[in-house]
Design a protein around this ligand. Structure first.
Ligand code: SF4
Length: 202
């Protein structure tokens, strides 16, 4: 059965379907609702989740929101909390929007695809622009243009002074391509419909 919180419905319910933050939240929410990422309410408690929906998707049927939110709890995971904290420590502005985005990004990090895929964004550039605008200092730290999800986890490992990398430096590491190589721009067919975009022809 199709999830009631689909990407199309969310955009139709929004003030401005072209707004980059609205589209990022809609993509993450649609994937969360469909179970692509394991965080139905993006790790927000019911009240904060309802506020997000009311602010960005005001025309959404309240019954759908209530049904989706029923019994929801904040995501209990050290990893998730650490990712949210990392993002918020580098937020470019105060307010709930950065918090919602941080939760959406951290939730999408729990998915199994490229981060921008799991956020329903069209490409890595769209994710980079979002991070540049809303988490500017974190964006600027990624001077080597590392893949974003790997970069976030590397930051957490460095903060905790945990050494998981096998090589003394990235330049001599056998995993360099995995961390810095180009990302496949093909949007997975299984996610394309959920994020309201046509699959790229093979
Ligand atoms: S390239 Fe190697 S050393 Fe650098 S972050 Fe990746 S795994 Fe670690």
């Amino acid at each position: 059965m199709a999830s009631p919180l689909s990407f199309d419905l969310l955009l139709q319910s929004s003030h401005d379907p072209s707004d980059a933050v609205t589209r990022a939240l809609a993509g993450a929410l649609a994937h969360a609702a469909a179970g692509v990422i394991p965080a139905p309410t993006l790790g927000l408690d019911g009240t904060r989740f309802q506020t997000l929906l009311a602010r960005h998707f005001p025309a959404l049927d309240g019954q759908i929101c209530a049904a989706h939110c029923e019994g929801c709890r904040p995501l209990r995971s050290d990893e998730f909390a650490d990712l949210v904290a990392l993002l918020l420590a580098h937020r470019a502005h105060a307010g709930e929007e950065a918090e919602w985005l941080a939760h959406a990004i951290a939730s999408a990090c729990m998915g199994g695809n490229h981060l921008y895929h799991d956020m329903g964004l069209p490409n890595r550039q769209a994710l980079s622009e979002l991070l540049s605008r809303h988490f500017t200092r974190l964006f600027e730290k990624n001077v080597g243009n590392m893949k974003w999800k790997k970069f976030f986890y590397k930051q957490l490992c460095d903060q905790a002074e945990v050494r998981v990398c096998q090589a003394p430096s990235c330049q001599v590491c056998n995993d360099y391509q995995a961390c810095f190589g180009p990302e496949d721009d093909t949007f997975p067919a299984s996610l394309a419909a959920l994020a309201g975009r046509a699959p790229v022809p093979q």
